[in-house]
Design a protein around this ligand. Structure first.
Ligand code: BGP
Length: 477
C-alpha cells in the first residue's frame, strides 16, 4: 500500500510502561508499586477493580511485573533494536516508587533517578526522543496503605513533589511529557488506574469522582511545573479513547452513546478546557455526589491546561438500550461494549475498527482544537514461533497498516497529529491479563505466562515492515 507521506518531524515510535517492561521490582532501592500486587488470571481482574486481599506479594504467587522482560537491565539492547527500526520516539513511564520508594521519603532515591538518566541518555544517543508518562498505573503501595491512595487529598502534594523532582532532573533531556496514563481507567479498573481499594458498603462513585478530582488537580499542577521548569516542553493528558457507536438510530441508543462518551470526555474536558463541564455537575447532582474542592482548585484547573491530547486507541465500542442486544457483550472490554456485527474481533475479544481511529481523531480534534498524539495502538495476539525461529505475524502487519492508513486520512482531514507510538514494540506483560502470551511487539521475547524462558529477543516479520514504514515516512504501508 503506498500513499500519503506523513508530516516532517512526525514522531514514529513505540510505547511501553515501567511496570510492564522493567522488572527489577525491588532493585536500586525501588519500593513496591500497585502493579507489583497483581498476579495473573481471574484474581488479577478482581484486584484491578479494587478488591485487594493484601498489600504484600503473597508467597508462591506469580507476579509478572516482578521480572517482566527485564528491560531494567537490557534496555541498551532493546534501544539498539528500536534504533534499527528508525524510531524517532519511545514512550516510557517513570516508576514513582523508583524515585520515592514510599512516596514521601525525605529525599529522592538517587539510584532510581540515575536509572532514568541513563535510559534517556541512551535514547538520545540513538536519536530517539523520550516521551515520558509520569504515572502509568503506578502508585507506591506505601501510599495506598497509609492514605488510601487518590481518595486522599494528600496525594496531590505528594504527586506534585514527585513531578517537580523528575521534571527538574530531566529538563534538558525530555521535551514530551504526559501526566496520567488513561486517566478514565479510574472508573473501570479503579485499583489499576488509581490505587483505589473498596470495602463493603462503600459509595464507589463518590470515592471515584473524589479521586478523579484529586488526579485532575495533580495533573494541572504537573502541567504548571512543566511549563515553569521546561518552557520548551509539551505536556499532555492521556485518554483511553474509542467512541461509542449507537447500536441503532433509535435516539435512545444515540443518547446513551453520547453519555458513555462523556464518561471519558469528562476527564479531558477538565484537563484541556480547564473546567468541570455542565453535564458532569448535573451527573453529580443526580447521583447525590459531593466533590470536595479546595479554594483555588478552580483557578489551578483553568490556568494549567494541557498542550496536547495523548490517547490510546485499540477499538471502538457499541452501546444499546435494548436488553436483547445487551446479551451480546464483547468479552475482554472493560468499557462494556456490545458486539458490533460489522466488525471482527481480536483473539481477546477486542473489536478491530481501523476507521474508528479516524473517527476518534476527528472527534477529539473538533472538540479540543489541540494537537493529538496517538500514544498507543496495536494488536494483542498469540504468536507462533516456527521451527526456524521465525514469527510471521502478517495479522499484526495487517492491523497496523489499516490503522495507519486511517491515521493518514485523519491528518488529511485537518487533525494535527504529533506522532504515533504503537503499543509494546517489544513484547511486554499485558496490563489487563498479566499474560505474556498476549503480544504486541515487532520484537519477540522468549518468556511465557509462568515466567519461563530465556528472555532472548528475536525480530518478527513486522520488524522489517515497520522499519520500512518509518523510512518512507508512512508512504509505504
Ligand atoms: C492500555 C494500557 C497499557 C496496555 C494496553 C494494552 O490500557 O495503557 O498499559 O497494556 O492497554 O492492554 P493489554 O496489555 O491488556 O492488552
Amino acid at each position: 500500500m503506498t500513499g500519503f507521506r506523513f508530516p516532517e518531524n512526525f514522531l514514529w515510535g513505540g510505547a511501553i510502561a515501567a511496570n510492564q517492561a522493567e522488572g527489577a521490582y525491588l532493585e536500586g532501592g525501588k519500593g513496591l508499586t500497585l502493579v507489583d500486587l497483581l498476579p495473573t488470571g481471574e484474581q488479577r481482574r478482581s484486584i484491578m477493580k479494587g478488591n485487594v486481599p493484601s498489600f504484600k506479594p503473597l508467597d508462591g504467587e506469580f507476579y509478572p511485573s516482578h521480572e517482566a522482560i527485564d528491560f531494567y537491565h537490557r534496555y541498551k539492547e532493546d534501544i539498539a533494536l528500536f534504533a534499527e527500526m528508525g524510531f524517532k520516539a519511545l514512550r516510557v513511564s517513570i516508576s514513582w516508587a523508583r524515585i520515592f520508594p514510599t512516596g514521601e521519603d525525605a529525599a529522592p532515591n538517587e539510584a532510581g533517578l540515575k536509572f532514568y538518566d541513563d535510559l534517556f541518555d541512551e535514547l538520545l544517543r540513538n536519536g530517539i526522543e523520550p516521551v515520558v508518562t509520569l504515572a502509568h498505573f503506578d502508585v507506591p503501595v506505601a501510599l495506598i496503605e497509609k492514605y488510601g491512595s487518590w481518595k486522599n487529598r494528600k496525594m496531590v502534594e505528594l504527586f506534585e513533589r514527585y513531578s517537580k523532582t523528575v521534571l527538574e532532573r530531566y529538563k534538558d533531556k525530555v521535551k514530551y511529557w504526559m501526566t496520567f496514563n488513561e486517566i478514565n481507567m479510574l472508573l473501570h479498573l479503579p485499583f489499576l488506574g488509581a490505587g483505589l481499594v473498596f470495602k463493603e458498603g462503600d459509595n464507589v462513585k463518590q470515592i471515584q469522582y473524589q479521586a478523579a478530582h484529586h488526579q485532575l488537580v495533580a495533573s494541572a499542577l504537573a502541567v504548571k511545573a512543566c511549563h515553569e521548569l521546561i518552557p520548551d516542553a509539551k505536556i499532555g493528558c492521556m485518554l483511553a479513547a474509542g467512541s461509542f457507536y449507537p447500536y441503532t438510530c433509535n435516539p435512545d441508543d444515540v443518547y446513551q452513546g453520547m453519555e458513555k462518551d462523556r464518561e471519558s470526555y469528562f476527564f479531558i474536558d477538565v484537563q484541556s478546557r480547564g473546567e468541570y463541564p455542565g453535564y458532569a455537575k448535573r451527573f453529580f447532582r443526580d447521583h447525590g455526589l459531593t466533590i470536595e474542592m479546595e479554594p483555588g482548585d478552580a483557578e489551578i484547573l483553568k490556568e494549567h491546561t494541557v498542550d496536547y491530547i495523548g490517547f490510546s486507541y485499540y477499538s471502538s465500542r457499541t452501546t444499546s438500550t435494548d436488553p436483547e442486544v445487551n446479551k451480546k457483550m464483547t468479552s475482554g472490554n472493560v468499557f462494556g461494549s456490545v458486539a458490533n456485527p460489522y466488525l471482527d474481533k481480536s483473539e481477546w475479544g477486542w473489536t478491530i475498527d481501523p476507521l474508528g481511529l479516524r473517527i476518534t481523531a476527528n472527534q477529539l480534534h473538533d472538540r479540543y482544537q489541540k494537537p493529538l498524539f496517538v500514544v498507543e495502538n496495536g494488536l494483542g495476539a498469540h504468536d507462533e514461533v516456527t521451527p526456524e525461529g521465525e514469527v510471521n505475524d502478517d495479522y499484526r502487519i495487517d492491523y497496523l497498516k489499516r490503522h495507519l492508513a486511517e491515521l493518514g486520512e485523519a491528518i488529511q482531514d485537518g487533525c494535527e497529529i504529533l506522532g504515533y507510538t504503537c503499543w509494546g514494540p517489544i513484547d511486554i506483560v499485558s496490563a489487563s491479563s498479566g499474560e505474556m502470551r498476549k503480544r504486541y511487539g515487532y520484537i519477540y521475547v522468549d518468556r511465557d505466562n509462568e515466567g519461563n524462558g530465556t528472555l532472548k529477543r528475536t525480530k518478527k516479520k513486522s520488524f522489517g515492515w515497520y522499519k520500512n514504514v518509518i523510512q518512507s515516512n508512512g508512504e509505504n504501508l
